[in-house]
Ligand binder design. Structure first.
Ligand SMILES: Cc1cc2nc3c(=O)[nH]c(=O)nc-3n(C[C@H](O)[C@H](O)[C@H](O)COP(=O)(O)OP(=O)(O)OC[C@H]3O[C@@H](n4cnc5c(N)ncnc54)[C@H](O)[C@@H]3O)c2cc1C
Length: 434
């Protein structure tokens, strides 16, 4: 089966695993009409699925090609994972400037989604991409950066694989002198306090993330646990391979239910106390969910959905409040819900804008589709959009409302480089033809 991380949707599909660029040239030269590159498959939804053609799993194109140890610029193939980068470069005192919450994502996937992370101040992954090369639909290779072919360069950031297959990328890493992070955890009684502590922490802390209780209604709606953090300066930077807990099989669909979610949320909120401070190993801080392999299996075979949106800073609190009211009332949210600030990104189709992003996981349920349409309406009315890397269901009509301005700039470039829609995905078909 070909699927995203959340196991929804999961479809039968053909997978091709190239070992070298020549294998891709041969694929492009064949009469396969529809091709889609995928990386770690850690996005949720249908963006990394091509149900009508070939899914190119790029993880064997994983060579580190060059590292400039003076400037910290890494030149690597698209299938290098963030874990590969940590394993090699943390001991040398370098780390990623921006990382999503899983180290199993690939560099190609992080560019195609323009992933964001806990260090909102730095921007998004592509803020540190200095250049890249892509294979186009006729097998030719185009190299691009902000001076050469800037149209395809910026349209590939957040372009979800629709401009071509990203082959290699030059990324700026950052210096670190320790693999420890100084983390402060603060309990917040409601959404207002979550926003207030985030605002107060913006100057003093590089990293920020606030978990929210997706069930609590009434005066404590939006109670949360905020983490704010900075790198420690005392070394040494070391990389430790951690043992993982495995979820060996799919649990019954009912395992994640209203009662188990409410029990977890209450226990987690209480467990942190008012405030605490500790030094954490950086991989545990950045990738807390990676220590449980296949954790999505706790949702059962039907998988789960995540709704992630961003809205402009002005009025963000009110919009998140309105959304949370709908979510808490429904009792369909799961244990994963969060809010954090974002900064505008460079890519034409990039998700981040100056504002706040809110994400919540849902257990699949008949009532969910209507609920999510309601959330779309609130997001559109407030100038926001959903994150395509977490989407499996937004309608073509709503997508065009959310991305209207950017589509006017992106679509001519996509058509120039992918005129026959040779690069295509289930998401693309849904959003364009649906
Ligand atoms: C636990 C967890 C936490 C996460 N936290 C975050 C987070 O904080 N922020 C965030 O932004 N995301 C987050 N994500 C989502 C996901 O990790 C990111 O979107 C990531 O960038 C996807 O990378 P990938 O290699 O898995 O790409 P895939 O999921 O395989 O593909 C994603 C998209 O990229 C395209 N693509 C992949 N490789 C190429 C290539 N070589 N050329 C062209 N197109 C390509 C695919 O076609 C698809 O459209 C999280 C996911 C998990 C499981």
């Amino acid at each position: 089966m070909v699927k995203g991380w959340n196991n929804y949707p999961a479809v039968q599909g053909k997978v091709f695993r190239p070992e070298r660029i020549g294998d891709l040239v041969a694929l492009i030269g064949s009469n396969e009409k529809s091709i889609l590159a995928r990386g770690g498959g850690t996005s949720y939804g249908d963006s990394s699925i091509n149900n009508g053609g070939i899914n190119v799993d790029t993880r064997r194109l994983n060579k580190m090609l060059h590292f400039d140890s003076e400037q910290g610029v890494l030149y690597c193939q698209c299938g290098v994972t963030l874990q590969d980068i940590s394993r090699v470069f943390i001991p040398q005192g370098w780390f990623l400037q921006v990382t999503p919450g899983t180290q199993f994502a690939t560099v190609g996937g992080c560019v195609a989604t323009d992933a964001h992370g806990k260090n909102w101040k730095a921007g998004s992954f592509c803020s540190f991409v200095k250049g890249l090369s892509l294979m186009l639909q006729d097998g030719s290779i185009v190299c691009c950066d902000d001076k050469n072919n800037p149209d395809i360069f910026y349209s590939t950031f957040g372009g979800m694989g629709m401009t071509g297959i990203i082959l290699d990328v030059r990324i700026q890493l950052r210096k670190i002198s320790s693999s420890l992070i100084d983390v402060e955890t603060i309990q917040c009684r409601d959404l207002k306090e979550c926003f207030a502590v985030q605002s107060e922490s913006m100057e003093s802390h590089e990293y920020m993330f606030c978990w929210l209780d997706s069930h609590k209604e009434g005066v404590n709606m939006g109670r949360g646990v905020l983490q704010r953090a900075n790198h420690c300066s005392n070394g040494p930077p070391i990389y430790k391979e951690k043992r993982k807990i495995h979820v060996p099989f799919y649990l019954p669909n009912f395992t994640v239910n209203t009662y188990s979610v409410e029990a977890f949320n209450a226990a987690y909120h209480a467990s942190v106390g008012k405030k605490n401070r500790k030094k954490a190993y950086m991989m545990d801080f950045f990738y807390p969910l990676d220590c449980i392999a296949n954790w999505y299996r706790v949702y059962g075979k039907r998988g789960f959905l995540e709704y992630q949106m961003v809205v402009p800073s002005d009025g963000a609190y009110e919009t998140v409040f309105e959304i949370l009211k709908v979510v808490t009332k429904s009792k369909l949210g799961s244990t994963v819900a969060a809010v954090k600030p974002l900064l505008n990104a460079r890519g034409v189709m990039s998700f981040p804008m100056d504002g706040f992003t809110f994400a919540v996981d849902f257990m699949p349920d008949q009532r969910l589709w209507h609920l999510l349409d309601t959330l779309d309406e609130i997001v559109i009315a407030n100038g926001g959009k959903v994150y395509l890397a977490k989407d499996a269901r937004v309608s073509s009509k709503n997508f065009r409302k959310m991305y209207s301005e950017t589509l006017d700039r992106w679509e001519p470039v996509r058509q120039k480089y992918n005129p026959e829609n040779r690069f295509s995905s289930m998401m693309f078909n849904r959003l364009y033809k649906g």
